[in-house]
Structure formats: structure tokens, C-alpha cells
Design a protein around this ligand. Structure first.
Ligand SMILES: [Zn+2]
Length: 425
């Protein structure tokens, strides 16, 4: 066992709800107002100078605004930070060709009393874990004559004791649609098992073969995740057939599609971690998606207008996060490595040449006559990145296995990944 510090969020209900609801409502409303002021200001700056302000610019711009003091200064700062993040994420999606992405909107103009999440950072809350009390600071404008804080009595799940955590970093008051609840963002020390071994596996993420693994024991596995593609066509067609893209039916289809995707990713990540445990892996090197976009832009088109819609960047990011989290629990470290050039470089002799990448999924090297599955060649290159060049495992390897990966498919009936009988590259 080894100790590891992780971040966890614990939800808690508020016991004295009726006593604090008005105060929380007032702060939630203030956070919405500040968001809208920030949103309006960002749009004005964009119109004038063609630049979306970063959160620190926005903060210095609005610090003296009278509404800024409706919340504790750290809470106000966090609202503007979230707004800037939302702008940046939208801008990034647009640049990646996601035309469906919308810029962050105003907070519920139709709603009389919108309740935004309020975040309290270290100077903005005081936690008493002995009595399950937390004091949440108000802003200068919202303090009244008898209290400058909101005293919440909270209750966490029975298996969670905030007294046990290393530190509570923030408290968030979140409106669920029915009531306010508290989210405690904590650092806590966990016992994680020792790594199952010392070997490294390389993972290449791609559009056609979603994940390709190269192991140190000279085996390789392909995970085509065809179910994603099938879902893409199925849901894409049904959504396109609908006249009204804002209807609840279309919304339901989007939600169902996204739930299924999430399920595949979870299952695949779990399966891969299980395989790595079996094979004594201590470290996974995974390609950073920047390179994927660049190298496989051509392949992406094969997915058609619906299939590839959400698979750029977003899916790889989410999958990498899931995998990292699940691997951590088994003591396996996941390292993201720059994969630029990994698809063009020969994993056997190291020669990098554009002409080396050939058709039908095969990589042929003119220098050393290697014939490999192109995805496996990429995954093997990624596997080698974090290794010390002097590491013995990078030399003296046979290369026949590079052309003979096992192919795993998701079986819809059993819900597990099973190896296909014969691998045809
Ligand atoms: Zn070569």
C-alpha cells in the first residue's frame, strides 16, 4: 500500500434548511446577477477589441462594480472564473469545428429568481466538523445587522466523515432544483495499492480503432468500439429526422446517446485497467489528443456527419480522465505523452518518414522492412516515450507481434469486451 493525495467531492444535505434558504437564495441570485454582468461585459469587450477577457482581466474590470460586493470576494472571483472557463471551452469547441457549441448564455432571464452555484474558498467558510456546522461568508452588501455569515447544519452520507479528510478546499452551495445542498471539495489521503508491476503499456487513441494497446510483453490489442459508430448512425438519423431540434424528444435522444457513450467508456476503461493488472503494468503512457486531431483529420471524415460530431477531442479527454481515475485505484500511473510523429515513426528502427505510413492499416518501413499494424506501431511508439532510453526493454525486441494484435469487441448482450477469434489487420 502507498499513500496518495486525491481530490474528492462529498455532498451533504442542509438540516436547518428553512432557516438558511432565504440567505442562500439571496447569494444565489447575486451570483446569477454577477454572471450576467460579466457576460455582458465580455460581449462588449469582444465587440470592441475582438478579444474574450480572461478571468483576471474580468475580475480587475468588475472588482469595483457594486454588485461584486454582494458575495464574498473569493466567491465573486469564482463566478467570473467559471464564466471565463465557459467562454474558453466554447471557443475551443468552435475551433475544432463543433458548430453545435453555443457561447455561455445569460443566467435564466425568464426565471424570476435564478439560483447560481456559490463557491466559498478558504477565507469564505469556517468548518466545524465536531458539530457538523459550516459558516458561509456573505458579501459586504448582503451582510445584515445581526450576521455576516450563514450558519448551515449539514449532514453527509454516513460513511463520510469530514473530520477524516486532510483538508476541505472549497464549499459549494448548489441549488438542485428543489433545495440547496452543500458540496465539500476535499483533499484526502487514500491508501492505494502498490502497482501490479513495473512494466509500461502504450495506448493510442484514434477514430477508427478507438484504443490500441501495446504491452511490454510484446502483445497488442485493438479496441475498435464499433458500437460508438453504430450509435452515431442510429441516433444521428433519428435526430435528423426530427423537424424540431429543440423538442423534448430530440433532447431525450441526445441524453440517451450520451448515456450509452458514457457506459461504453466506463466499461472499456475498466476492461483495460483489468488487463493491465493481469499483465503487471505499473505505468500507462497515453497519447495526448492534440496529435490525434492533427494526424487523423482525414480518417474522421469516414464517420459521416453524425458519427464524428462528438468524437473530436471531447471523447478522448473524457476517456483519458476515466482511465486515469480507474488506473489510480490500482496503483497504476497514467501519463499523457505528446504523440506528434508517433504514427509516422517506425517503432522498430526509429526512422520517421511520411512515406512510411501506407494504406489499409499497415505500416511498412522502407528502412528495416518492418510490417506492422499502423495503430500498434503508434501505440508502441507512445509506450516508449516515458521510458529511459537506456531501458533494456526498448532494444532487443522482436517485431512479429506488431502485425498481429488481438481484436476485442464490445458484446452488446453480455456488456463485456471479448477477443475476436481471428485478427485480420
Ligand atoms: Zn523501420
Amino acid at each position: 500500500m502507498a499513500k496518495k493525495i486525491v481530490t474528492r467531492t462529498y455532498k451533504a444535505s442542509i438540516q436547518n434548511r428553512s432557516q438558511v434558504a432565504d440567505d442562500l437564495d439571496a447569494l444565489g441570485f447575486a451570483a446569477s446577477k454577477l454572471w450576467n454582468i460579466g457576460r455582458w461585459t465580455s460581449a462588449r469587450i469582444w465587440d470592441e477589441i475582438g478579444h474574450i477577457p480572461e478571468h483576471d482581466e474580468l475580475t480587475s474590470y468588475l472588482k469595483s462594480h457594486e454588485r461584486y460586493d454582494d458575495l464574498h470576494s473569493q466567491s465573486s472571483q469564482r463566478v467570473l472564473q467559471e464564466l471565463a472557463e465557459a467562454f474558453r471551452s466554447w471557443y475551443g469547441k468552435r475551433q475544432n469545428g463543433d458548430t453545435r457549441a453555443n457561447p455561455p448564455g445569460y443566467r435564466k432571464r425568464g426565471d424570476e429568481h435564478p439560483r447560481s452555484t456559490i463557491t466559498f474558498k478558504n477565507a469564505g467558510f469556517k468548518l466545524d466538523t465536531k458539530h457538523d456546522h459550516v459558516r458561509l461568508s456573505k458579501g459586504d452588501n448582503t451582510k445584515d445587522y445581526w450576521a455576516d455569515f450563514i450558519l448551515c447544519e449539514y449532514q453527509t452520507r454516513p460513511d463520510v466523515d469530514l473530520g477524516d479528510v486532510t483538508s476541505v478546499q472549497q464549499v459549494r452551495a448548489v441549488w438542485t432544483g428543489h433545495e440547496w445542498e452543500l458540496h465539500f471539495v476535499c483533499k484526502r489521503e487514500l491508501d492505494v495499492p502498490d502497482a501490479p508491476g513495473e512494466q509500461t503499456a502504450g495506448i493510442d487513441l484514434g477514430i477508427c480503432t478507438f484504443a490500441t494497446l501495446a504491452y511490454e510483453d510484446e502483445t497488442a490489442e485493438l479496441y475498435p468500439l464499433d458500437c460508438l459508430k453504430e450509435d452515431g448512425y442510429y441516433f444521428g438519423k433519428r435526430i435528423a429526422r426530427s423537424d424540431d431540434s429543440t423538442s423534448t424528444r430530440v433532447e431525450r435522444l441526445h441524453r440517451k446517446w450520451s448515456n450509452r457513450r458514457t457506459h461504453y467508456f466506463h466499461t472499456l476503461a475498466k476492461h483495460i485497467v483489468d488487463r493491465c493488472v493481469e499483465k503487471g503494468i505499473g505505468q500507462i503512457a497515453i497519447g495526448d489528443l492534440e496529435g490525434v486531431r492533427e494526424d487523423e483529420a482525414g480518417e474522421a471524415k469516414n464517420w459521416g456527419p453524425h458519427g464524428n460530431l462528438d468524437l473530436h477531442g471531447w471523447a478522448f479527454d473524457r476517456f483519458t480522465n476515466l482511465l486515469t481515475y480507474k488506473a489510480e485505484m490500482h496503483g497504476i500511473a497514467v501519463e499523457q505523452v505528446d504523440e506528434r510523429g508517433t504514427s509516422r515513426t517506425c517503432s522498430c528502427c526509429g526512422r520517421e518518414d511520411d512515406s512510411n505510413r501506407v494504406e489499409r492499416g499497415l505500416y511498412v518501413c522502407d528502412e528495416c522492412d518492418l510490417v506492422a499494424n499502423a495503430d500498434v506501431n503508434g501505440a508502441e511508439n507512445i509506450r516508449k516515450v516515458p521510458l529511459n532510453p537506456a531501458d533494456s526493454s526498448s532494444g532487443d525486441r522482436s517485431n512479429g507481434w506488431l502485425a498481429q494484435p488481438s481484436v476485442y469487441q464490445f458484446d452488446q448482450t453480455s456488456g463485456v469486451f471479448t477477443p475476436r477469434e481471428q485478427a485480420t489487420p
